[in-house]
Every structure is written in structure tokens, then in C-alpha cells.
Design a protein around this ligand. Structure first.
Ligand code: AMP
Length: 429
């Protein structure tokens, strides 16, 4: 707890660190997620982008929509020194589209597969699975209108979740149709909800006029009951939008990705057109969405670029980490912990460097002069596989004992980089 003298982290913002007591904040678990994402997403041709965390506020207001919870209530916005309104990004798509337009890709190289891993900021009330600084892994597939792109993205996400070993998850898919579909559907919904005003919460009553689709998302029990009987968007879907959606579902079936159609899945950002999806889990209580996304065919144009179709997703890294356990996740531990007694530092450093030159081994050197016992204790605590003590005798004879910290067995080695490397890499395999 912070007292008068110490300053704590900002509420809802976490420190991800090695060997954290809460598994989901443990660096090793995060690295496993990052590595799995890199492998799977890159195997589909996605390439990493690192984009600014701060953008002009207008980008999100225009991109995500003024009436959404994110823009209306949750943004960390501030005036910079020049009086411009800037915002800590609440999501990654608007910034990715901004960069895509700014670098002329929409005109010159329209098909892009981008992915990212980074922090997002939303001033939501913190609870398990919901934070104010949280991380997302996301991808944007720009420049392709065909339903194959949607299906391929979903197949990739299913593979990503399987390779992480996630269980009890389900993929829910819907379509919010094209502009004509949504216009007709909004009218149908307004008519339907008008007959059930008494059961709706105040927030939904307020949204009914401007954005009736958002009512489908409300979690309050009164609204849920009404929503369950609401007309399906398929009833107003144009033939073109329907054909796209049907083809996505057909391709998912053909590639054996299990899914359920969820007629209520509209998602909380205004830029979606056509396919929308979420993967949810039964293991996280109310914050059950681990990832979501969909098509946003109008966003590039809305942000000033040429009309460009696109589809993307974002996954919450904390939620993924909450579903994983640190069991079986390899930590970044030294292969060798060198324990130098007073005066043995130079030898310790040169042996450590020779091993690092191999690019195969991790070596940590203890603090020369600290007691043998305390250095050995630290070697254990950091999870080192082997320890090597360098005292007067070892310095004099240039021979030492390599101790296996797992089973306490020892083996004699000559103290040269080559001999140590041969010994350690030999024992690796
Ligand atoms: P969204 O950008 O709202 O579509 O969210 C995509 C994913 O990001 C969600 O499925 C969650 O896994 C994650 N997410 C969204 N908001 C938060 C938050 N406040 N804290 C942690 N994860 C979040």
C-alpha cells in the first residue's frame, strides 16, 4: 500500500514482472503469448507495426464514433503544450488506418497485413479482466473485400487460441450488414423497442433514437429479456450483405472452425460493417470476451483515404494471460550462474562473455565478494540450471566444478570458454 512517502501505480494499471505472484502479470506468461502470436500471425503473412500511443483526439472521435462509451466516457484526453487535444489510444485500429493513409499505402500498395502488440488506455472501472491500461494483440487486413479474408482471419484466431491451449472458448459470429441493412434495421429496432420502453434501462432509452443497435449489447437483465425477442438483422439484410455473410460461414464450416451465430453481436465501436465476431470464455466471469473484431469497410474513407475494405481483430492480453497458467511456461532463466569470490570477477566476466558469444546461452554473474551461500541461494531463486564457483583454488588451477542445480550432481571442467561451452551445450541436448 502506498503511504505518504511512496507513490503507487495509477489505479487500474499493472506492473507485468518476472515471477509475479499473480500468474497473469508474470512476464513468462506474457512472453509465451507474444511468441505464440508472432509465430501464428506471421505464418499468415502478417507483419508487425509499432504505432504511436498518442494520437489526435479527433481521430478516435471520428473513427470510433462520438456516441460510443469509449469516446464518450473512457478516453484519456489532454491538451498538449500547443493546446491541441491529444488522447492515449483506446484501441489500435484508428491509428493503424491513420498510418495506412498517411504513408500512401491505400493508393500504392493497398493490400496490407499488419499486426501489433501494445498498450491501450480506457478509463473504465477496474475489475478482474478490466483495466485502465491494458494490452492488445491485434491485426488489420486492409485492402481485401472478399469473404475469404474474414474467414481466414477467423481461422487464424482459432489456431492462435488452440496453440495457446485455451479451453472452453467459443467463437460467436454475426454480421451488422451494409449501410442500407443497418438503416432499415435501426428503424425496425426503434419500432420494436418503442413497444417495450418500460422494461429498458435509462441508458438504453437514451440510445434508442441515435443508435438502437447498441441496445442489443446491454447486459442489464431487464433489457436482456427484451433484446432476446428482438427481430434478427437477417430480416433486413440486403442480398449483397447476406451473400457475403453466408460465404464467410460456409468457409468457416469448410475449414472446420467451430462457431455459433449470435444475432445479438453488434460490438461497441461504430466502425463495423458486415462481419462481427468475438471469442468468449466461460472461465472469466463477466469480462468474458477475450477477443473481438470485424469488418470496417468504411473507416479508411471516413478518415480521409480512398474507399478501402478492411477486417481486423483485437485480443486482450491480460484476459489471455488470466486463462493461462505459468505451469510449463519456460521462464527466462540463466543456463549458468557464475559465483565469483573476491578477486575472481575478471575471470568470471571473461568466461561469461565467451559463453554469450555462442549466442546460445544465458549467463548471470553474481556479485563478487558476496557470501558463497547467498550467491548460491540467488542462483537457485533465478532458476539457473548450473552454477560455477570461482574461488582462489579455481583461479590458481584453472579448473572448476560445474554444479547441476536440479540434481546437485557436479562435473569437473577446465576453465576456458571453449571447454565450458562444450560441456554446457553438450548437456543441453
Ligand atoms: P474492443 O477493442 O473493445 O473490441 O476489445 C477487444 C478486446 O480487448 C476485448 O475482447 C478484451 O479482451 C480486451 N479489452 C477491452 N477492454 C479492456 C479493458 N478495459 N481491460 C482489459 N482488456 C480489455
Amino acid at each position: 500500500m502506498a503511504d505518504a512517502k511512496t507513490i503507487g501505480a495509477v489505479k487500474g494499471m499493472n506492473d507485468i514482472r518476472p515471477a509475479a505472484a499473480e500468474t497473469f502479470l508474470d512476464t513468462a506468461v506474457w512472453q509465451r503469448i507474444f511468441e505464440t502470436a508472432t509465430r501464428v500471425l506471421e505464418s499468415y503473412g502478417f507483419r508487425l507495426v509499432w504505432l504511436p500511443v498518442v494520437e489526435e483526439t479527433a481521430l478516435f472521435a471520428r473513427g470510433i464514433g462520438e456516441d460510443t462509451d469509449i469516446v464518450g466516457k473512457e478516453m484519456y484526453s489532454f491538451a498538449d503544450r500547443g493546446g491541441r487535444s491529444l488522447t492515449l489510444r483506446p484501441e489500435g485500429t484508428a491509428g493503424a488506418v491513420r498510418a495506412y493513409i498517411e504513408h500512401g499505402l491505400a493508393r500504392n500498395e493497398p493490400i496490407q497485413r499488419w499486426w501489433y502488440f501494445g498498450p491501450m488506455f480506457r478509463a473504465e472501472s477496474p475489475q478482474k479482466g478490466r483495466y485502465r491500461q491494458f494490452y492488445q494483440i491485434g491485426a488489420e487486413m486492409l485492402g481485401v473485400a472478399e469473404p475469404g479474408a474474414d474467414a481466414e482471419l477467423l481461422a487464424m484466431l482459432w489456431r492462435f487460441c488452440s496453440e495457446l491451449g485455451l479451453k472452453d472458448i467459443s467463437l460467436r459470429v454475426n454480421s451488422v450488414g451494409d449501410a442500407e441493412t443497418r438503416k432499415a434495421y435501426r428503424d425496425v429496432l426503434r419500432g420494436y423497442f418503442a413497444g417495450h420502453l418500460d422494461s429498458l434501462c435509462e441508458a438504453c432509452k437514451g440510445r434508442l433514437d441515435k443508435n438502437p443497435l447498441r441496445l442489443l449489447d446491454c447486459k442489464r437483465p431487464g433489457c436482456r429479456n427484451v433484446v432476446e425477442q428482438a427481430p434478427d438483422i437477417l430480416s433486413t439484410m440486403t442480398p449483397g450483405a447476406r451473400a457475403h455473410f453466408d460465404r464467410v460461414l460456409e468457409l468457416l464450416t469448410a475449414t472446420q472452425v467451430p462457431f455459433v451465430r449470435d444475432a445479438r453481436l453488434v460490438r461497441g465501436l461504430d466502425y463495423y460493417t458486415g462481419t462481427t465476431f468475438e471469442i468468449t470464455t466461460s472461465a472469466l466471469g463477466s469480462q468474458d470476451a477475450i477477443l473481438g473484431g470485424g469488418r470496417y469497410d468504411a473507416l479508411v474513407e471516413e478518415l480521409g483515404g480512398p474507399a478501402t475494405p478492411a477486417v481486423g481483430f483485437a485480443a486482450g492480453v491480460e484476459r489471455l494471460a488470466l486463462l493461462l497458467s505459468s505451469a510449463g511456461v519456460p521462464t527466462v532463466a540463466p543456463d549458468l550462474y557464475i559465483v565469483p569470490m573476491a578477486g575472481a570477477e575478471a575471470l568470471a566476466f571473461s568466461l561469461a562473455d565467451a559463453l554469450r558469444d555462442s549466442r546460445k546461452l544465458r549467463v548471470e554473474v553474481g556479485v563478487a565478494g558476496h557470501k558463497l551461500k547467498s550467491q548460491m541461494r540467488r542462483a537457485d531463486r533465478v532458476g539457473a540450471r548450473f552454477a560455477l564457483v570461482l574461488g582462489d583454488e579455481e583461479l590458481a588451477n584453472r579448473r572448476g566444478k560445474l554444479k547441476n542445480l536440479k540434481d546437485a550432481s557436479t562435473v569437473e571442467v577446465t576453465l576456458t570458454g571453449e571447454a565450458l561451452l562444450a560441456q554446457l551445450t553438450g548437456m543441453h541436448t
